[in-house]
Design a protein around this ligand. Sequence first.
Ligand SMILES: *Cc1c(COP(=O)(O)O)cnc(C)c1O
Length: 368
Amino acid sequence: MIPFFNMKAEHEPLAADLRSAFDRVLNSGHVIMGGELTRFEEEFAAYCGAKHCIGVGNGLDALALALRARGVGPGDEVIVPSQTFIASWLAVSMVGATPVPCEIDPATYTLDVANIRALIGPRTVAIMPVHLFGLPAEMGAIMALAEQHGLFVLEDAAQAHGAKCDGKRTGSLGHAAGFSFYPTKNLGALGDGGAVVTNDDALAEGIRKLRNYGSSVKYVHEVAGVNSRLDELQAAILRVKLPHLDKSNAQRRYAAAIYSHGLAGIDGLQIPHIPANLEHVFHLYVIKLKQRDALQAYLQERGIVTLVHYPIAPHAQGAYQMMNIARDSLPLAQSMADECLSLPMWPQINDADVNVVIGHIRDFMGRI
Ligand SMILES: *Cc1c(COP(=O)(O)O)cnc(C)c1O
């Protein structure tokens, strides 16, 4: 049996440090908005190569609060990838703006810059590139286009902590970035968590206020904010895990390289493509093939767990029925929903397990 993800393998070597982080918080008597959060915010901002980090309750809130602090709201349009985890779209909906889907690049699965231009209209205020599966979008070209049109660029970096574009880390590439610390993400807490990273002083201050009931001075509320904070316990846990992030990303890349070596050159099977200026952190290792469902069943019968990210594209979800986007109007998003398959991936997955998966996929592809 090969699971899809193994969280125990990640936490076992850190168990003693995680317990002492818990004790530190327990003994401090401070559980919300204390020193652990402040220090994590400093450490994560420095890691990303940006000025500010603001811890919030989860990744969805990180994206929504960044949009709201920037003044994005009803009547505004935000360009989003046609295929992504639905939270990218939901963040736009949460502030009352409209997500405008842009077809992705079929090789990298991130925003195709060539398709963005045609979608920019009088209501467009922002672009949200998603660094899907751990591969950064082509941020150089996106930022250049955004600058021409005066648009705000918010990275959805929920799957790409530590990934690089042109030598710079996610979080330092756009005007702001939203991160998730959901437990299975590359940097995960032991519960929900998220953060916004930005170089923009005013935006950072706005988000700090919004996340805490719209207040920067106790019981003085300048705006109608929300309660979305990263608690001390999660911040302390993230501080234990952050120093190991580069190593665990390298381990993911190592496993991915074995997959890609073993799966290269099979007719009808697309493996991840990594442009030379980008560094992938393989939140997910995703292949694409027409016989996806049959392969998934074949692997399942042999004890190998795979998942589909994501089986229904956002525009085809009930949540976006009111937008009346024809199902076949976004063929790339649809083909990803129909043909993508995520293979077992976690930092400590060993060569033998990866090779077992490769062997079964090669056998399957040889039969069809
Ligand atoms: C996980 C994820 C989010 C949302 O993060 P949560 O912490 O689960 O709210 C947003 N966008 C993408 C691409 C994600 O993978």
